[in-house]
Ligand binder design. Structure first.
Ligand code: 5GP
Length: 112
């Protein structure tokens, strides 16, 4: 069971900001911006590279909910960034698909 599956199962505490039957959103333990929230699917998908066509509705729902969480956090007008790290070079450390929502300050581009 991955760390994020343990958070879904409430075996590890998290600061949850949104939940429905398909996704969970909670604050990152090591925030990289004033707002740093992770949005994850409740059903296990390892990473976007392993996602299947059957995951399309779930991934679409996750993206729409990420935008909803961003608006609820007051970032709708100022802007924000959604990031999905994939694999070693992508900086992925937890093998359960997650979308980072970062905002509350200007974010540089390109990332380092
Ligand atoms: P990744 O590097 O895989 O894209 O992102 C994993 C994220 O999970 C990191 O930003 C890291 O700070 C966050 N994280 C790691 N352990 C925990 C934890 O126990 N609780 C929470 N809320 N976030 C965590």
């Amino acid at each position: 069971m991955t760390l994020f599956e343990k958070i879904i199962a409430r075996q590890i505490p998290a600061d949850i900001v949104y939940e429905d039957d398909q996704v969970l959103a909670f604050r990152d333990i090591k925030p990289q911006a004033p707002t740093h929230i992770l949005i994850i699917p409740k059903r296990h998908v390892t990473r976007v590279n392993e996602a299947q066509s059957g995951d399309a509705a779930l991934l679409g729902h996750l993206l729409l909910k990420a935008a909803e969480v961003a608006r609820a956090a007051g970032l709708g007008e100022t802007g924000y960034r959604l990031v999905i790290n994939n694999g070693p070079d992508g900086g992925e450390t937890v093998p359960h698909l997650h979308c980072h929502l970062l905002g509350g300050r200007p974010l540089c581009w390109p990332p380092g």
